[in-house]
Ligand binder design. Structure first.
Ligand SMILES: C[S@@+](CC[C@H](N)C(=O)[O-])C[C@H]1O[C@@H](n2cnc3c(N)ncnc32)[C@H](O)[C@@H]1O
Length: 279
């Protein structure tokens, strides 16, 4: 639920009202750091240590691909994303960091993938944004080296909706996910992927939860709360239009959540994401 090109001054046009642009950028960076730590802790277990080529699907600005390259420094890395601006940022980051053997390409993963084969195909928070799961899974399967792994990380709808046991939170999270579904995203994809991957011929399919604190005083809890509720606030006009709910009602739910989360002592819940790994 991150907004990769978020920022700007807080106000009616700003995606976040949690603070100034610097603070919000810092929170997005914190989230990337949390996700990066998870990758560092689990990559060998999920994909083994013999990875010589990596394809990062929906790579955004390349942030997680660079982490994979750090783990597999000799691997060729290809990142693909349909967002030209994100690819331009990824390319300049690669140049600034002096990372060789890296390529970032503009492309629609529903149509074709950069030529492989790849030992690891990684897709973080991208399957939720598409409905062409079977097609993408088939393309990945055809593009994996023998013994290669497909590692999908995504939101878990039940995990997000049940992250905080609070009526306003549950209501606004429900509106948010229904909006996503109606505009062409697929918030329940994580539940369907294991069976779909099996149909496409993947084996050894496993699912592992990735859990973060929500709220409280830890850096992780504050970042997850800010990012989650920032996405809700950012999407208020869309939710209002798609669901026919007045925008002020959504803002009221949002404020209820922020107020009770701020007044709560300690963490208010946990945010769960899911990883699906297959061969
Ligand atoms: C939430 S971002 C995730 C970025 C990065 N993978 C991460 O986890 O930090 C989703 C990315 O998927 C890209 N994306 C969505 N649908 C796509 C498609 N059909 N083809 C290529 N990229 C796509 C978006 O442009 C966006 O950069």
């Amino acid at each position: 639920m991150t907004e990769p090109h978020g920022g700007g001054n807080p106000g009616p046009d700003s995606p976040y009202i949690f603070g100034d642009a610097e603070t919000d950028r810092y929170r997005l960076e914190t989230q990337t750091r949390l996700f990066s730590d998870y990758i560092r802790q689990n990559a060998y277990r999920f994909a083994g240590d013999n990875v010589n080529s990596i394809l990062d699907l929906g790579c955004g600005e390349g942030q997680l691909g660079f982490v994979l390259r750090e783990i597999y420094p000799h691997a060729r890395l290809v990142g693909v994303d349909k967002d030209e601006k994100a690819i331009a940022v990824a390319r300049s980051k690669a140049e600034a960091l002096g990372v060789a053997n890296v390529e970032f390409v503009i492309g629609n993963i529903e149509e074709a993938l950069p030529p492989g084969p790849f030992d690891l195909v990684y897709a973080s928070v991208v399957m939720i944004h598409t409905r062409a799961h079977q097609r993408i899974a088939e393309l990945v399967k055809a593009n994996l080296a023998p013994g290669g792994h497909f590692w999908i990380k995504d939101l878990d709808a039940a995990g997000v909706i049940n992250a905080y046991d609070n009526p306003s939170y549950k209501k606004v999270a429900g509106i948010w996910f229904e909006t996503l579904a109606r505009v062409g995203a697929h918030p329940y994809v994580a539940d369907e992927l294991p069976a779909l991957l099996q149909t496409v011929g993947f084996e050894d399919i496993k699912r592992e939860d990735e859990i973060y604190p929500l709220g409280g005083n830890s850096e992780a809890g504050l970042a997850m709360l800010a990012i989650t509720m920032g996405a809700v606030y950012n999407g208020r006009a869309l939710m209002s239009k798609v669901m026919g709910v007045p925008e002020r009602d959504i803002v009221k739910l949002y404020l209820d959540v922020i107020n009770s989360a701020t007044l709560a002592e300690g963490e208010i819940g946990a945010e769960k994401m899911v990883n699906i790994i297959a061969r």
